[in-house]
Every structure is written in structure tokens, then in C-alpha cells.
Design a protein around this ligand. Structure first.
Ligand SMILES: C[S@@+](CC[C@H](N)C(=O)[O-])C[C@H]1O[C@@H](n2cnc3c(N)ncnc32)[C@H](O)[C@@H]1O
Length: 213
């Protein structure tokens, strides 16, 4: 079969049963109405093609995972894989992260991941770990929720650490070169996104931060 075009992907995503597009009616009801269990929910922000959402869901079947991105044609890949492989603890939600509080209830989310976000060198207000975004995440997070950030960008990593220091947040793990790390968790080494593979090919070092938000 040939490559699936962008328009077909948009149409598919609208029809896929594991994909949602700005569905505010599910606020506070993701466990009961979507996953039909009481397992904790991890959200991957700016998930792209969903490699992390899928990889984590396969490794941690006792949790639920929601990949969020604004681009439906990217979400398509992860959503299709989950459907074809009967991975039922995964959903994808197409929305702008700045509006995330409209779609999730206070305390609904247990954990967050951000992998290889756009570094937004000239626009601090668009950086997904800035104080404004953190407040939005807190408004849907459970007490003690944790953020996991994987990035190739030294500037983005340092910026995120400045926010963490300003807000006196607790860092649980910190590495400026995960593949040089003796105790790298399996899921950190063996799930690699589209962007991670690109940066690794260019010889970039991969940074990681895990912190309580
Ligand atoms: C550089 S890509 C990384 C994708 C994926 N995490 C990876 O590592 O391959 C950044 C992604 O963030 C998404 N994104 C950026 N800002 C966003 C926002 N405010 N709301 C939703 N998605 C956003 C883009 O659509 C894009 O898919």
C-alpha cells in the first residue's frame, strides 16, 4: 500500500475510536468513560507521532496514557498502531496545550511527559515548561504529580532548571547525557521518538529531568 496522505490521516483520526478532538464533555470522566478503570493517567504533552505514549503504555499496562498534540496527522501514527495492536490503555487527544484545563479536571492527571519539545529559542512564552504552562498543568494534576522532560536542547534544559529553581520544585532525576548514565531506566533508553532519533544521528546529547510540579 502507498503512503497515506495528510488529508486521509485527518479523516482517519476523526474516525478512530481512540482519538478525541477538543472533547470537553470528558473532563473528569477519562477513567470512567474512556478507560473504564481506576488506573492512574499519564499525559504526554506534544506527543507528535506518539512513540512515548505507546512505548510507556506497552510497558506499564496498569496505567492509562493520553497523547496530546495539535497535529492530527502526527497523532495518526500512534493511534493506528494502538488500534492494530489492541493497546487499550492509550488514547490521543487533539488540542492546544494552552487550553488543557478545559479538557481535564483538577486532580485527574497523575504524571506528565514532554519529549523533544520545540525549544522556542526566541519565544519564552511558548516554552512548554515555563511558569504559565506549569500552572495550567498543576490545575489538572494530582497532588505530587511528576513531570518527565527529555530534550536535546541545552538551552531548553537549562531554562527548565531555572524555572524549577525559581519555584523551589523537587528534582527527582537529572542528567545532561542520559546515555552516559549508569542507571538509565529501560524505558528512558529504549523508547526513542522520531525527533530523538534525528538528534542522536546528529550526535546530540540527550538530557532528562524528572521533577515534582
Ligand atoms: C518537535 S515535535 C516533538 C514531537 C515528539 N514528542 C517527538 O519527540 O518526536 C513538537 C510537537 O509539539 C507539538 N506542539 C507544539 N506546541 C503545541 C501546543 N501548544 N499544543 C499542542 N501541541 C503542540 C507540535 O505539533 C509537534 O508535534
Amino acid at each position: 500500500m502507498g503512503q497515506v496522505g495528510k488529508l486521509q490521516k485527518f479523516a482517519d483520526v476523526t474516525a478512530f475510536e481512540n482519538c478525541y478532538e477538543r472533547v470537553a464533555e470528558l473532563k473528569g470522566k477519562w477513567k470512567t468513560d474512556v478507560f473504564k478503570n481506576d488506573n492512574p493517567i499519564t499525559v504526554e504533552l506534544a506527543c507528535g507521532k506518539g512513540e512515548y505514549t505507546i512505548g510507556l503504555a506497552e510497558r506499564f499496562p496498569e496505567r492509562n496514557f493520553i497523547g496530546i498534540d495539535v497535529k492530527g496527522n502526527r497523532i495518526w501514527k500512534g493511534a493506528k498502531y494502538a488500534l492494530e495492536n489492541n493497546i487499550t490503555n492509550v488514547a490521543f487527544h487533539r488540542l492546544m496545550i494552552g487550553n488543557i484545563e478545559e479538557y481535564f479536571e483538577k486532580g485527574e492527571i497523575d504524571e506528565f511527559w514532554i519529549t523533544f519539545p520545540d525549544p522556542q529559542h526566541s519565544k519564552k512564552r511558548k516554552r512548554l515548561t515555563n511558569a504559565m504552562f506549569l500552572n495550567r498543568y498543576r490545575n489538572i494534576a494530582k497532588e505530587g504529580a511528576v513531570m518527565n522532560l527529555k530534550s536535546d536542547s541545552t538551552r531548553f534544559y537549562e531554562f527548565s532548571k531555572e524555572i524549577i529553581a525559581d519555584q523551589k520544585l523537587t528534582i527527582l532525576q537529572d542528567s545532561d547525557d542520559i546515555y552516559a548514565w549508569d542507571e538509565i531506566p529501560e524505558h528512558l533508553a529504549n523508547i526513542q521518538t522520531f525527533y530523538e532519533q534525528m538528534w542522536l544521528d546528529q550526535g546530540k546529547k540527550i538530557k532528562f529531568l524528572r521533577y515534582v510540579i
